[in-house]
Design a protein around this ligand. Sequence first.
Ligand code: L34
Length: 256
Amino acid sequence: VGEDPASHVYVRNKIAACAEAGITSIEHRRDATLSEADLLALVEQLNRDPAVDGILVQLPLPPHIDSARVIATIDPDKDVDGFHPTNVGRMMIGLPAFIPCTPHGVLHLLKRSGISCSGKHVVVVGRSNIVGRPLANLLTLKNDLGNATVTLCHTGTPDLGLFTRQADIVIAAAGRPNTVTADMIREGAVVVDVGVNRIPDATKKSGFRLVGDADFAGCSARASAITPVPGGVGPMTITMLLFNTVESARRAAGRG
Ligand code: L34
């Protein structure tokens, strides 16, 4: 809904990934003037449609629309973003649930890189509902992706470096460039950069370039591993969306 340029790129990438994986996707693009009532009606129509296994309302929504209300209207069994309160609650107590795509992508990215979180001190920087908070929660679960000691830092943390310097793994999800700099990480630490920020750059045709929340050049000299932006967590977010959608279709077919 609306004209957020980054959202258009992300949605385009999601549609392309669905096509590549053989998943049918339907884009319902609406102007920023769409009323909340009309959006809720569209979600309800998709809830009822047996051909639809997954519903994703790309955020952010225009300010006149109550995102929480829209998310709560999505059928929890089709909530492939894992944002519905039912899925958030189920996830938090370790019950089967759709896991939010970015946090889930981060956990699999680490696992597939041979980096276990078990017994490690993971410092998460950022407390959003879509990344920081669910990620911190998942990391505390007693399973093969979690079992970490977790510190959740945010804009109310007076001395961020005091915490990040104690981390085995730093996850930057603050939405601000240079939130994590080389002096804030331990030698050999792992840095996962969730940020996707557009920085003005006159040398680029688009007029901007993408940077993460960590200073990549500085941190990569000290870190044992670090994710790039672009090409790091972003593609994993999309991958986990496909995973959740296939999972939903399996469940709907009674083969869950
Ligand atoms: N409902 N809203 C809902 N679900 C989500 O899971 C998201 N998120 C976040 C924003 N709003 C959402 C995404 O889809 C962030 N996000 C997302 C998705 C894809 C990419 C980045 C963030 C991505 O494809 N990143 C590319 C670069 C893209 C570019 O060129 O701008 C990368 O390589 O990082």
